[in-house]
Design a protein around this ligand. Sequence first.
Ligand SMILES: [Zn+2]
Length: 443
Amino acid sequence: MHHARSLYATRRQFLRLALAGGALLTGCTPTSAALPLPEIACWPLGRRAAVAFTFDWETAMGGLIHSRSVNDPNVNEDYLLRARRMREGIATTRAIFAPHGIRATYYATGYNFLFGNRERRTFLGDPSFTWASRANGWLSDRWVSSPWFGDDPFGTVATHPEWYFGDLIAPLRTDGHEIQSHTFSHLHGGLADRPTWQQDLETWNRVAAAQGVAPARSLAFPWSSSAGMSDASWSIVEQAGIRSVTRLSDQAQYSLWEVDQDGLVSAPCGQWLPGREGRIRAYPDCYLTPASEERALRQLDRAIAIGGMIDLWAHTEEVTSAAQIATWQRVTARVAGDAQIWVAPLGEIAAWEAARVALILEPDRQRSDEQLWNMRLTNPTDQELLGLALKLPVQVARVRIDDIELERSELEQPRGTGWWPAIGLVTLDLGAGQTVELQFVAP
Ligand SMILES: [Zn+2]
């Protein structure tokens, strides 16, 4: 009913927030003097922090044959062996997450969707990338003049399983994992030109669609290569529908996060990409290996302490040794067993945050007095918010949503929808485009 009007209000509010800059990060509505407005909690069910488990996942054609010495810890290994482990890592990581019901994000390159290429399809106009040079960190100058996809053996998943992972998409989807973009070609973000970016993102979406996978909304930069991205390239990324990014450059001059002397992000939480507030969310990531396990756990504690978010990641190829599997099992169990943490695929965390900052909470002063506070909460987005939590700034005796009194749930754990008076928390499911009337009755 309030829908059309609210949409306009949102746009205005949104611009105001965008101009205010930092206000978007908290998105918390200032309390009016007369009416105590609840604070919209950052995460579902009032949880303290969010965690995404994510993987860079690529076939021999991804970053493996195009090996670069910078930002690739396994650069000296045989690329076909690495590709076999990339494949194997799907089975091992699925097995790690299944007992906990955890859904992860797999950032795939384009050949991951193919069952083969007997038909000798060419992609992106069969390019060579002059930027893939020794001067820019490649091991040789081969790719400056050789076609980027030129080593495609034109086989199938049966004859050349290192090159095509099309058979692994369905199992990932069955488990509910999210598949997002590591770019089609495993390009270098800061060096690729605009037409390449454009074609790359379109081609990824096309091969993904052939497997029933939705267009990418999240992007993990190959080689953490966001450094040097032009504003025009970012616009192409945004226009292609990308709403969140990770694996950003950790070079100090490009980093969005302050890093302390231990290499830990001081305040791990999502940030809007400067100039694209409300449109592209960037997330801090932490590489999880046996060597970094202790640091990753400290990074996790820090995310909980500040109510933030951390993306724990590796390549699937790594989670194949006994030591790596043990590390991932321990950290997964630690996260899954902590009710303070919301674990979700990275793209879903980004969609949640974008919708949350667009919510409109308006006091209804005409219908309010000292004993009764009425307000309207509108979700103008196309994203449903399950378990949206409101923190009440004052004690109340009763809570009604659309005239239905909420049940008090003093002790019930885990929390669902309802009202927890002891901690002043109200949770509800708010559908896409939905407006609800909230009513709080003073004690
Ligand atoms: Zn990669």
